[in-house]
Design a protein around this ligand. Structure first.
Ligand SMILES: [Zn+2]
Length: 266
């Protein structure tokens, strides 16, 4: 079993139109996992090329989400600030391929990119409706994709598939996008193991998987219009609420909730 140590990074602050308070900011929660032999990222937020040319992100996204595009927030700069090189990152596991999750993969050209097969297919062959969410310029450098057919193993009642070793798993959580997954990471803390679940965009606010669930005005509507499969999205959000109640030792968080990120700040 591999020893792991997890850093929680924000690789892209966004200030969506209408946001007034700090709690309404949107973050891009990225995990940097130190393993025995190498580093691994879960999601990447925006990359340096997105900052150099925000046009890569598309005008509608930039206008609505208003990303701050601060170079110090990019994953590569944060990896370097911790004393590592970009080449130390050997594997990147992505929850899905929306532009705010894979923008940074170009900063790690040597890394394998692990992704659900259905999601890679959606990104490469998007339907008309999917076209604006995926930006193929973000993978025009020809990264080494490792597609995973999900299913097979079980993890706390969910399907899963091993992405890297037996401590980093893809957990299908369909709905937000065609092949959307959570990424479960087993973390070693003081000699004990515990699981984190980076739940990507399966929910946007921690209250949505609390008991009883509660949300913010407008958030349900926003998620509905973004969803590739609204029924599956709602079903999986309910399953995450059940998981969080039945197994409080598994720490589940959204990619975009600043309160979730604060919870993990060291
Ligand atoms: Zn997102």
């Amino acid at each position: 079993m591999t020893d792991t140590f997890v850093h929680h990074l924000n690789c892209g602050t966004m200030r969506p139109v209408g946001a007034r308070w700090a709690s309404e900011l949107v973050v891009a929660h990225v995990l940097l996992v130190e393993r025995d032999d190498a580093l691994l990222l879960v999601d990447t937020g925006f990359g340096t090329a997105d900052l150099a040319s925000p046009r890569r992100l598309g005008t509608p996204f930039v206008t609505m989400m208003r990303p701050e595009l601060d170079e110090a927030e990019t994953a590569v700069r944060q990896v370097e600030a911790l004393g590592y090189a970009a080449s130390d990152v050997r594997d990147i596991v992505v929850t899905h391929m929306d532009l705010d999750h894979v923008g940074g993969i170009g900063d790690f050209p040597d890394a394998r990119i692990h992704v659900d097969l259905a999601e890679l297919d959606a990104a490469r062959n998007p339907s008309l409706r999917e076209r604006s969410r995926y930006r193929n310029v973000q993978w025009s450098h020809g990264p080494r994709f490792v597609p995973h057919s999900t299913g097979g193993d079980r993890w706390f009642g969910f399907d899963s598939v091993r992405a890297v070793g037996d401590d980093v798993l893809l957990v299908p959580l369909r709905g937000h996008s065609r092949g959307h997954c959570g990424v479960a990471v087993r973390e070693s803390v003081d000699g004990e193991d515990r699981w984190l679940l980076h739940a990507g965009d399966s929910h946007f606010f921690h209250g949505e998987i609390a008991t009883p669930p509660h949300t913010r005005p407008g958030l349900t509507f926003f998620q509905k219009i973004m969803a590739a499969d609204e029924k599956a999205r709602r079903h999986n959000q309910a399953r995450l609420a059940e998981l969080a109640t039945a197994h409080p030792e598994v720490r589940v968080f959204s990619a975009h909730d600043p309160a979730d990120l604060t919870r993990f700040a060291r």
